[in-house]
Design a protein around this ligand. Sequence first.
Ligand code: ZN
Length: 236
Amino acid sequence: MLNGITTTKNRITVYQVLKGRCNVFVVQNKKACILVDTSVSKYWNELADALDNFVHQGCIFTGLVITHSHFDHVINAHLAKQKYKMKLYIREEESEFLCKGYSSDIRGTNAVLRRITSVFQKQIQFFCRYKAVEPDISVSEDKFSLDSLGINAYLLHTPGHSTGSMSIIIDDEIAIVGDTMLGTSPERLYPPFAADPKLLFKSWGKLINTNCRLFMPSHGRACTRETLVEQYSKYN
Ligand SMILES: [Zn+2]
């Protein structure tokens, strides 16, 4: 049985269906569901079982939102799209990477990782390739409504970790933030990789400017608004 994580005031429920290499979420409103990110090959069967459970309960997957084109978020995207006939949404800055099966720029945020990612960028890109998949919608707007998918939510451009990273703001209460923050330690939300750290902190400000009370990252646990505000003040 799947565990509901949290439900908003308008009864939209966010389920975490996978953890491990990359958290994967299903956002459900009545019979409409959207999938957020897909994790890596090793988790495909587990993911498909979880999604089949929703389908057996009468849910229809209307969309697949990819927070950004890094391999650990997208390796199962072609399979999910094919099996459940979902429309794939990604930011326009990340589209061409997805179409070619490449991860967008991976840059470390501390001295050691910065050096490694700078010296070995080509090799990292080579090992982080995946099966290419065509997006259905390349999002260019700063805010993009998902009302047409049956979910009161919007996509918010939150660049920094990568140029085209985006978050999903659900019912103005819950945000799924991809790698815009890291949830492995509440004392440090700053991720180990970011193409543009200044832009990343600006995106934290954008997330704070929503009314969201909970922020769900792709790695680790959700953090509260209070934690994000406190961490944001350290870097600004
Ligand atoms: Zn990433």
